[in-house]
Unconditional design. Structure first.
Length: 332
């Protein structure tokens, strides 16, 4: 009664290829944008979805499964039970209360810490060797919370952080200069949000350092123009939320971009939220914020020692203090 008649005298290849499994926790706008980007980019053999709402979760699972004829083969499973995540290589956490228009990211915190107490321990239990990628906001503090609740070494806990802010930044600079955003090397580090730090001193376009180029050509540039671009990055999440209610596509690509670097061992450098203690003069306490970090199959492989101006370093430490102050109120 089998569709295929088995061929005789076969033996499985040995050793069998390791399958890659990604779990996405939270099947909301962000979780589903991430899942669909992972599917189209062929990053996993199996995707497991978890959400607290069983009907919505099953609906999202079926809707994705129905695209199978157009996609690379990926097994898609879903359950409200964390058993479905067993053996994950990467767990991406997007579950959370939604940011309301005008609400600061920090206001979301207490609501989300309570959710994480029910999410992180079962993920760590079913996939003790997994890498945790936190997306839920406020992402830096929640990455710290996930690190604490998981008991994992810090190289296996990373927050999507300012990888998204940096891509918004590169888009705006590219738009301003009428070049391709992929040719713009620019990053924003620090807190994902209001106190993020734009690294103007290290921006280059096609390998040409921008600020020193302008200075050499004696082209005047307004500090206000630069600050305006950074402000537009900071405001962009609020703007999209006020217009469409949530953000999804850019964070979907951003998280899939990180997943690729990790699972395919790309050893690329991304501004992501990592344990920052000991870097750039941050030594007040255990704080996660975005630094240019190298990502690979081992998770966070290291932090790049980029040159920061005194002002940039000072802003970064202020960013760290902002996050630490919030963290100290959690009692973790
Ligand atoms: P959403 O569409 O409300 O989805 C959240 C999902 O989480 C819902 O489907 C809920 O049912 C589910 N959920 C709630 N509690 C639990 C639980 N205990 N276990 C499992 N699932 C649960 O929100 P949206 O997808 O728009 O945003 C999700 C989170 O991502 C929010 O915290 C956002 O602020 C954050 N973002 C972070 C970004 C970043 O760059 N780090 C970018 C965009 C959004």
């Amino acid at each position: 009664d089998m569709f295929f008649k088995p061929i005789q005298n076969t033996s499985p290849p040995s050793p069998t290829k390791r399958q890659t499994k990604i779990s996405v926790i939270g099947a909301g706008n962000v979780g589903m944008a991430i899942a669909q980007t992972i599917l189209t980019q062929d990053l996993a053999d199996e995707i497991a979805l978890v959400d607290a709402q069983p009907e919505k979760l099953r609906g999202e699972m079926l809707d994705l499964q129905h695209a199978a004829a157009f996609l690379p083969r990926t097994k898609i499973i879903a359950s409200t039970d964390y058993l479905v995540t067993v053996g994950s290589d990467l767990c991406i956490v997007t579950a959370g209360a939604r940011q309301i228009a005008g609400e600061s990211r920090l206001n979301l915190l207490q609501r989300n810490v309570a959710l994480f107490r029910g999410i992180i321990p079962p993920l760590a239990k079913y996939s003790p060797g997994t890498i945790l990628m936190i997306v839920s906001n406020p992402v830096d503090v929640l990455t710290y919370v996930a690190w604490k609740l998981s008991g994992f070494p810090s190289n296996r806990v990373v927050g999507s952080g300012t990888n998204l802010d940096s891509s918004r930044f590169r888009f705006l600079i590219a738009d301003h200069l009428d070049v391709n955003a992929q040719d713009v090397q620019a990053s924003i580090i620090g807190e994902h949000g209001d106190s993020s730090v734009a690294l103007w001193s290290s921006i280059s376009v096609g390998g040409v350092p921008v600020l020193s180029f302008l200075e050499k050509q004696q082209i005047p540039y307004e500090k206000e123009t630069l600050e305006g671009i950074h402000k537009a990055v900071v405001d962009s999440a609020y703007e999209v939320i006020s217009l469409k209610g949530y953000t999804s596509w850019a964070i979907g690509y951003s998280a899939a971009n990180l997943a690729r670097s990790i699972l395919r061992d790309q050893r690329k450098i991304h501004p992501v939220s990592v344990l920052a203690k000991g870097f750039y003069g941050i030594d007040d306490g255990d704080v996660f914020l975005s630094l240019p970090a190298q990502l690979g199959r081992g998770g966070v492989l290291g932090v790049t020692n980029v040159h920061l101006t005194d002002e940039e370093a000072q802003r970064l430490r202020k960013s760290a203090q902002t996050i630490l102050k919030v963290q100290s109120q959690l009692g973790l």
